[in-house]
Design a protein around this ligand. Structure first.
Ligand SMILES: C[S@@+](CC[C@H](N)C(=O)[O-])C[C@H]1O[C@@H](n2cnc3c(N)ncnc32)[C@H](O)[C@@H]1O
Length: 203
């Protein structure tokens, strides 16, 4: 059982996580012209917090996640809320096949778990239809203190100018970023701020 399988059942109970997904969804709606003809992919969807905040703005959504526990909770939420235009795939997008195309790919707080950022960005590029959008949210470069346990954390956030250059290298156009949310956490008696960016680009 992975760390995320164990966390899945109580994942949505942390208000901080719901708040992040809500603000990331709001930022995506502001920067990407979503419409009811679009197919959306949520990379590292977890329990679907971001997917379910966006589902009413698109035609259908697919969540992908390596954690079976997360996928089970995602499916349970979809069933309980009679949301029929979503599905979830328990796959590792860094290596498993996915023979589908999307008009928009979103992700929140999952990119830092992938070691090879350039290859996953190339995968996103391939999975997008022409003129499709990418909208990725994650931590701005931090000092490794955001997570209590850094197991599985491949990057302590991202330098935004370097990431923008990588998006452009892979082929994305009109790349821009904004701060979507700021997480405030108490660390050693002091309040620390961890900004979360949203980087958007177009194929
Ligand atoms: C911090 S959680 C974020 C979950 C969700 N996006 C949210 O905001 O609540 C990161 C998620 O990414 C998933 N993940 C990590 N690497 C992945 C990969 N290569 N392919 C698919 N999912 C992955 C993990 O299983 C986990 O559910």
């Amino acid at each position: 059982m992975s760390k995320f399988d164990m966390a899945a059942l109580t994942w949505d109970e942390k208000p901080r996580r719901v708040e992040i997904a809500k603000n990331v969804a709001q930022a995506i709606k502001k920067h990407v012209p979503l419409n009811k003809s679009m197919r959306l992919l949520d990379f590292g969807c977890g329990t679907g917090l971001l997917t379910f905040f966006l589902i009413d703005s698109v035609k259908e959504a697919v969540g992908v996640d390596t954690s079976q526990g997360m996928c089970e909770v995602f499916l349970k939420k979809a069933n309980e809320n009679n949301i029929n235009n979503v599905k979830v795939l328990n796959i590792d997008l860094t290596k498993d096949k996915l023979e589908e195309k999307f008009d928009v790919i979103v992700s929140s707080m999952a990119l830092h778990h992938v070691k090879d950022t350039e290859s996953i960005l190339r995968r996103f590029y391939e999975l997008l239809n022409e003129n499709g959008y990418i909208a990725i949210a994650d931590l701005v470069k931090e000092d490794g203190t955001f997570h209590d346990d850094n197991e599985g954390v491949e990057h302590f956030g991202f330098d935004l100018d370097n990431l923008k250059t990588l998006f452009e290298k892979v082929g994305f156009k009109d790349v821009n970023y904004d701060i979507a949310h700021i997480v405030r956490k108490e660390k050693d008696g002091k309040e620390r701020e961890y900004p979360i960016f949203l980087m958007v680009g177009k194929k």
